[in-house]
Write a protein that binds this ligand. Structure first.
Ligand code: SD4
Length: 325
């Protein structure tokens, strides 16, 4: 193409861009905004104790923000869950380092990464959101901030986690395991009586990760994203793949363009599959909730479930998967 024609065409393309209707489907958005679902709590995996806690708070009039915080705290305090909070598996050097984030309906967000010795990182993330001008605090600074805010230090390496880690040290084989035992991060989304949505995500990350490694769970847009006009999404599984696709942000933007939560989750997983030749070797799963209260979920491998609480009913739901093993 001659340079002059190219410039002319480029100019026209630019004009088209600036005058074309928004790619965001206004009618789809309006449909979502019109619907007012009854309060609902959804979470990754079969964490029904957490969704019941959050859900019952919502039906007593609590805000979505309070409900997601208290909901995920159930798993942070659950010693049997070795992927979240107290009792979480350590890194390969024996440090339990926690990642968490929270987002409120007004689009505000807080996050902590590589936080040691604090049982409820989600609450520290909320303090970062509400008490500082920042979004994310890491490591020693996050710990100092937590202590200033009145959080108590605690040894989070339980006898069982220490025993399992010492067992692992014998072989030191580091490979992501697909099955559900290795993935129990909790990501939660709640819609309250007002119809507002909030979300939280909290984890001890991959078991026996390298010291210093941070996953997707505390990264706004990766492990969690929401927009109070559209809905939200949360992720679990191999954080590296979720970060590289900015999966939760992608899902919310796809919903904004008129896709259902299910379609949006499927597209995000399809992209991860395309991006990663070795996708058969790891699991990634998403759960999405739009403002109309519709839920979608999709994962690479079979075995992922999500918990839901609405109108007094609690359930564990099997997610469809990309691989049909
Ligand atoms: C991470 N996404 O740190 C987390 C791991 C996970 O259940 O989901 N574990 O990569």
């Amino acid at each position: 193409m001659k340079r002059r024609n190219f410039l002319k065409n480029a100019g026209m393309a630019g004009m088209a861009l600036s005058t074309a209707p928004s790619v965001f489907s206004q009618s789809a958005l309006n449909d979502i905004k019109m619907a007012k679902p009854s309060p609902i709590a959804v979470a990754t995996w079969n964490f029904q104790n957490a969704t019941k806690m959050a859900g019952s708070m919502l039906y007593e009039g609590a805000s979505a923000l309070d409900a997601v915080e208290k909901g995920v705290m159930v798993e942070e305090g659950n010693l049997k869950n070795t992927t979240v909070g107290n009792g979480g598996a350590p890194d390969r050097d024996g440090n339990v380092t926690l990642d968490a984030c929270i987002m409120s309906p007004d689009g505000n967000a807080g996050s902590v990464v590589y936080l040691k010795e604090i049982e409820h990182p989600v609450s520290v993330a909320r303090k970062v959101m509400e008490e500082t001008p920042h979004v994310m605090l890491a490591g020693e600074g996050a710990l100092q901030f937590a202590i200033q805010q009145g959080f108590k230090r605690k040894n989070l390496l339980t006898e069982n986690s220490e025993k399992a880690w010492k067992e692992w040290l014998k072989e030191k084989e580091y490979r992501p395991i697909i099955n559900i035992e290795n993935h129990d991060t909790i990501g939660m989304l709640c819609i309250d009586e007002k119809g507002d949505i909030a979300g939280a995500c909290t984890t001890s990350g991959l078991a026996y990760k390298m010291n210093g490694r941070v996953g997707d769970s505390p990264i706004i847009g990766a492990g969690l994203y929401l927009d109070n006009e559209v809905g939200g999404a949360v992720a679990t599984g191999m954080g590296e793949a979720v970060m590289k696709s900015v999966g939760s942000f992608l899902i919310v933007e796809l919903m904004r363009q008129g896709n259902s939560p299910q379609e949006a989750c499927e597209e995000a997983i399809n992209r991860i599959v395309k991006q990663n030749k070795n996708h058969k070797e790891f699991q990634v799963a998403f759960v999405a909730l739009n403002k109309a209260g519709e839920i979608g979920s999709y994962c690479i491998h079979k075995g992922f479930t999500y918990a839901k609480y609405q109108e007094g009913e609690s359930s564990n739901n099997t997610s469809p998967s990309y691989m049909i093993e």
